[in-house]
Design a protein around this ligand. Structure first.
Ligand code: 13P
Length: 256
């Protein structure tokens, strides 16, 4: 059985004091909740503070980005080695990084490799644009992104995938549960082809794109969807707490 996961991607939001306030509320409600992994990905500058406030409990942290070298003259970058003090996870290949920061498939592959070598678990994001979706190319695009990101990697133990259709991010226009389930099932079959059935059954695949506390059930009740990567709604403590609690209920029911 795959343990469900809800991850909060705060993106470039929250000052350190805002992060403190937000995580304190979330921690109070969620740190004792079992049978679901809760991950918070704050901005780099708040990682140490958020870590101090959550280390006594079950909430784990993730970074929103990482560089692919261990250390050296790379002004402004953060290495996987630096993150391992605070984080268990790192988001890699988010469409905002591909789009605004020119992250190529090759860079994403390097970031995945280096992170895995530091036992920092990547949450690898894939997803198609609106044009690609409308042209019927969703599967071709996500399969290509997946294959290139994992090139040369023997066995991606602990890898997490997130299917985030670009047209659903921050737009309020989410995919339907069925659409997301279909693409996520397709990604799982791709993992089977690239590795084997065990890897496919073990890999957790999240849906991301306008997930809120009112549409959580639609996604989480789908058999292939193991959780959600939440942007905007994760900045509101009440909403995020509700998403986690709903997801846990639904997955517990389906597994019992
Ligand atoms: P929204 O939930 O704001 O659409 O963002 C999704 C996302 O990009 C999470 O990584």
């Amino acid at each position: 059985m795959r343990i469900p996961m809800i991850a909060a991607n705060w993106k470039m939001n929250t000052t350190v004091s805002e992060a403190k306030k937000l995580v304190t509320e979330i921690h109070q409600e969620l740190s004792d909740i079992k049978n679901i992994d809760k991950v918070i990905c704050p901005p780099f500058i708040s990682l140490a503070t958020v870590y101090e406030l959550t280390k006594e409990g079950s909430i784990k942290l993730g970074a929103q980005n990482v560089y692919f070298e261990e250390k050296g003259a790379y002004t402004g970058e953060i290495s996987p080695l630096m993150l391992t003090d605070f984080c268990k996870y790192v988001i890699i290949g988010h469409s905002e990084r591909r789009q605004y920061f020119n992250e190529t498939r090759e860079i994403i592959n390097k970031k995945i490799r280096t992170s895995l070598s530091f036992k920092l678990m990547p949450i690898l994001c894939v997803g198609e644009s609106l044009e690609e979706n409308e042209a019927g190319n969703t599967e071709k695009i996500v399969a290509g992104q997946l294959k290139s990101a994992l090139a040369g990697i023997d066995y991606p133990n602990g890898l997490i995938l997130a299917y985030e259709p670009i047209w659903a991010i921050g737009t309020g226009k989410s995919a339907t549960g069925e659409q997301a389930n279909k693409t996520i099932g397709f990604l799982r079959r791709n993992i089977n082809e690239l590795y084997n059935e065990t890897a496919a059954q073990n890999v957790r695949i999240l849906y991301g794109g306008s997930v809120t506390d009112t549409n959580t059930t639609e996604f989480i009740s789908q058999p292939e969807i193991d959780g959600a990567l939440v942007g905007g709604a994760s900045l509101k403590a009440k909403q995020f707490i509700s998403i986690v609690k709903q997801a846990r209920e639904i997955k517990n029911q389906t597994s019992s």
